[in-house]
Design a protein around this ligand. Structure first.
Ligand SMILES: CN1CCn2c1nc1c(Br)c(Br)c(Br)c(Br)c12
Ligand code: NA
Length: 330
């Protein structure tokens, strides 16, 4: 059971969370022109485009013919989250008859690629970036939704404007208490332990593990902090840092068992101090304050992890909050 926002969807009712009964009125695509391909994945091809009615740059996410149900879920969630802080905006939904394809027209962000961004982050930039990411998640979780695929590739960051948007809500879901969810979600390096040990009754706190992985890669300047070759190796990477004592307690608490023939997963591993990852290169960004925040996000037990709201009020962000306060003061 989630520690926070457990009953949000029960309170907001089926009009909020029942995406299956959503009827989508697809508009014609005539206003939009594709300029260039900017990405793609299992479920969509992504293009930079222009809305010719106002000359605005947009992103055109052409959906592959996947389960209609999944498309309804993504659109329902994007519409529920409209106007929320740091959530990418859904501008339109269009159907193209000749190609029989459906597309989401999204707000454009002039994104700097993560590979370029993370090695150059200053401490103040990390604070602004993570604060905005947590603001998005605090909002989304308070609306009864978990993203389930938080990773650098799904966080668009316009460095010049210091504008961050959480994108790709294709794996997002509504949280209901005592409900079993798919564990084949997320992206390997950012998968929470609950997914790797196949605990299916997870909740919003899954997203906070992923934030912890991103924070660690920024402060320690490591592209992916836990970089497993496969799901088992991913868990082993985590064990080798957090140690097996707290892992055993976690398994015990939730009545979980590990089925594996990987010897590494059956050995005991000591907890490694976070200071072991300090180098001359990353030293300026590693303070006792950020280590404290990181240590409270990267916990096996999802029930122990800071919530997004708790993380936002951590001392590490006081300079960002202060900035916000003065802004709202004037
Ligand atoms: C793979 N790339 C690079 C930039 N970029 C990509 N996918 C995007 C999606 Br989906 C959205 Br929505 C936005 Br907004 C941007 Br920007 C996107
Ligand atoms: Na998206």
């Amino acid at each position: 059971m989630a520690r926070v926002h457990a009953d949000v969807n029960a309170r907001l009712g089926p009009g909020w969370y029942d995406y299956e009964s959503l009827r989508i009125d697809w508009n014609v695509p005539d206003n939009y022109e594709i300029i260039s391909r900017i990405g793609g994945g299992k479920y969509s091809e992504v293009f930079q485009g222009v809305d010719m009615s106002n000359e605005e740059t947009v992103v055109i996410k052409v959906l592959k013919p996947v389960a209609k149900r999944k498309i309804k879920r993504e659109i329902k969630i994007l519409r529920n989250l409209a106007g929320g802080p740091n959530v990418v905006g859904l501008l339109d939904v269009v159907h193209d008859s000749p190609s029989r394809s459906n597309s989401l027209i999204m707000e454009y962000v002039h994104n700097t690629d993560w590979k370029e961004l993370y090695p150059t982050f200053t401490e103040i930039e990390i604070k602004h970036y993570v604060f905005q990411l947590l603001s998005a998640l605090d909002f989304v979780h308070s609306r009864g939704i978990m993203h389930r695929d938080v990773k650098p590739g799904n966080v668009m960051f316009d460095r010049a404007r210091r504008k961050l948007r959480l994108i790709d809500w294709g794996l997002a879901e509504f949280y209901h208490p005592d409900t079993e969810y798919h564990i084949r979600v997320g992206s390997r390096y950012y998968k929470g332990p609950e997914l790797l040990v196949e605990y299916k009754k997870y909740d919003y706190s899954l997203d906070l593990w992923s934030v912890g992985c991103m924070l660690a890669s920024m402060i320690f300047r490591k592209e992916h902090f836990f970089r497993g070759r496969d799901n088992e190796d991913q868990l082993l990477r985590i064990l080798k840092v957090l140690g097996t004592d707290s892992f055993e307690r976690y398994l015990e608490k939730y009545g979980l068992f590990i089925r594996t023939d990987n010897p590494g997963l059956l050995e005991s591993h000591p907890k490694v101090s976070w200071t072991r990852f300090v180098t001359t290169d990353n030293k300026p960004n590693v303070t006792t304050e950020v280590i404290d925040l990181l240590d409270k996000l990267l916990r096996y037990d999802h029930g122990e992890r800071l919530t997004a709201a708790e993380a936002l009020s951590h001392a590490y962000f006081s300079i960002v909050r202060l900035g916000t306060a003065t802004k709202s003061a004037d």
